[in-house]
Design a protein around this ligand. Structure first.
Ligand SMILES: *[C@@H]1O[C@H](CO)[C@@H](O)[C@H](O)[C@H]1NC(C)=O
Ligand SMILES: *[C@@H]1O[C@H](CO)[C@@H](O)[C@H](O)[C@H]1NC(C)=O
Ligand SMILES: *[C@@H]1O[C@H](CO)[C@@H](O)[C@H](O)[C@H]1NC(C)=O
Length: 193
């Protein structure tokens, strides 16, 4: 036990030294490199799970998702191939659109599947509330719209989410077939520091 505690302390000491000592490089051909520091990711990286609801509003005079362009064949395609949509959807704490607003999902969806409805997606979650106000999470990747759970990769972020990575699980909470409006539940698993 004592040995274990001692070696843990030693490891901590080594890690904390490694964090604070700049490693200056003196090799040839790197005169534009100012410094490189050892970083110990494992010691400080944490994973947060967020859950919020995204409101995709396509009807009325204030839609949050709009069609911006399409290919000449899009209307004849059963997969909407060539369609490009831009969105700025509110994110709230519950499925009720009037519940607390925590941020927005801004970005684009492009129908990129010839044989299935599949979107190529680039989107940011921009938080506007609480501790994460002003921080963003960047999502980029494939979105298979009609699968029960849509998984999308998190490839980065800003503010408190610098160097973020992770994934988003999206589920359709409700869809109004008359209007096309939808409420999505987003479970966000994000590793950050
Ligand atoms: C849009 O659809 C929603 C239902 O999803 C309805 O409550 C709302 O009144 C509609 N708005 C307009 C402007 O048609
Ligand atoms: C395709 O359909 C959309 C919406 O129904 C319409 O606005 C657009 O003009 C159509 N495009 C073509 C090329 O027919
Ligand atoms: C979020 O930050 C902005 C800019 O600093 C500030 O104006 C706004 O009041 C903040 N919102 C909340 C809900 O804290």
């Amino acid at each position: 036990m004592a040995t274990f505690i001692f070696s843990s302390l030693l490891l901590l000491l080594i890690l904390s030294c490694a964090n604070s000592i700049p490693v200056t490089s003196s090799e040839q051909g790197d005169d534009y490199l100012v410094s490189t520091r050892l970083v110990s990711n494992a010691a400080v990286e944490k994973q947060s799970h967020f859950r919020f609801y995204c409101h995709i509003i396509v009807n009325g005079s204030n839609p949050t998702a709009v069609r911006v362009t399409a290919a000449s064949g899009t209307n004849k395609s059963s997969t909407y191939f060539g369609l490009v949509v831009l969105m700025d959807d509110p994110l709230t704490t519950t499925p009720d659109v009037n519940s607390k607003l925590v941020g927005r999902a801004q970005g684009t969806n492009a129908a990129a599947g010839l044989y299935k409805v599949e979107f190529f997606m680039a989107m940011n979650f921009i938080f506007t509330d609480g501790k994460f106000n002003g921080s963003t999470i960047a999502i980029f990747g494939h979105n298979e719209v009609f699968s029960a759970v849509q998984e999308m990769p998190i490839i980065g972020g800003s503010g408190l989410f610098r160097f973020a990575r992770g994934y988003v699980l999206a589920r359709t909470y409700s869809r109004d077939l008359m209007t096309g409006n939808a409420v999505m539940q987003f479970d966000v698993f994000v590793n950050h520091y």
